[in-house]
Design a protein around this ligand. Sequence first.
Ligand SMILES: *Cc1c(COP(=O)(O)O)cnc(C)c1O
Length: 401
Amino acid sequence: MPTKKISAHSLCVKEYHDGKTTQPHVMPIYATSSFAFENIEDSIQIFKGENHGHVYSRYGNPTIDATAQKIADLEALGTGLNAYGFMTSSGMSAISSLVMSLLSKDQSILTQGDLYGGTTELFSKVLFQAGIKTHKIDLSDLDEVERYLLQDRSIKLLYIETPANPTMKCLDIHALSKLAKKYGAFTCVDNTFCTPLLQQPLKFGIDFVIHSTTKYLNGHGNSIAGVIIGHDLEYKKKLGMTIKLLGTTCNAWDAWLTYTGMKTLALRMERHSLNASKVAEYLEKHPKVNKVNYNGLLSNPYHALAKRQMTDFGGMLSFDLDTDLQGTLKFINDLKFCTQAPTLGDVDTLVLHPATSSHLNIDKKTREQNGISDSLVRLSVGIEDVEDIVSDLDQALSNLL
Ligand SMILES: *Cc1c(COP(=O)(O)O)cnc(C)c1O
């Protein structure tokens, strides 16, 4: 953590140096599997942990560690906490490594039904097989959350995603964190959609934050990686050990791309938010759009909550078209400027049809109950000239069946 007061914007741009080497201006990619010791005494001290020094890149290396520490510092900025971070090979491995560090057989997770699809499957298929169960409930119902925490003492982790994908529903991080504390459960927020620039869960008492850095933190769609952020030193060693032994560490190349991408994070998030708010306002007025899910809209039911816990509303939104499945598929094919791609948070505008992609394996009734109809379209609004995004949407909407 830098000692002098520095803003989140400046922190994004700051260079992080490895104290052990003479300084190149910009962090290089340490493409080395191991690090040489000066002599056997040096080696013994490093292995014993008496001296700082890198050992083997599966345990981390200067590129990987600098990236993790920068994200940790951003998550903790202004909180007074000393956060630490571990870069992992993907967002998914950040989640699995965290859960496997904290929970053991016969302990369980309390979470929401509308998690990122991969997370839902990880919990129900892989972790379930390891004896870790998951309860999926409506986390906006705080009485229900408390009832679960009280009645089922096997619950050791409250796992939260807000805003949720693709409906942008928000959950009250502060209230949930207080409840979990009361019953001795850990808390984790998947902060992928917001990045620490828009939302800092640690401020609300959350124990751990994870990201798919694949998305906004990198921003350029050219790496897969994740990160786990924590602040309680008691778990730092355990997390480090789990990542090292599961081998879920990030590689230096993907860490470096993330590190480089983050230099413009503040500029990007500002532009993503501005563009998305303009797109949302345009869509809300369009007669062929039934509903727009964007937390920045005054009409949005989560607007007040989002304003309390977020500093801006980000680049993600979804909208419901006044047409059927066929009309929606045609609309997506009619888009020429926006690209169809199953990711989010890149600098260019990306479109996704949840019903036939991320939510394909969820039965129609459950899907619709969760607000994901056949005519729902998700947009990851990019940083281009917003006129180009709007005019593409406009021409496709004018052809709507
Ligand atoms: C993409 C994503 C993940 C998974 O991350 P990967 O980097 O693809 O493993 C987890 N959570 C959210 C919210 C995501 O968007």
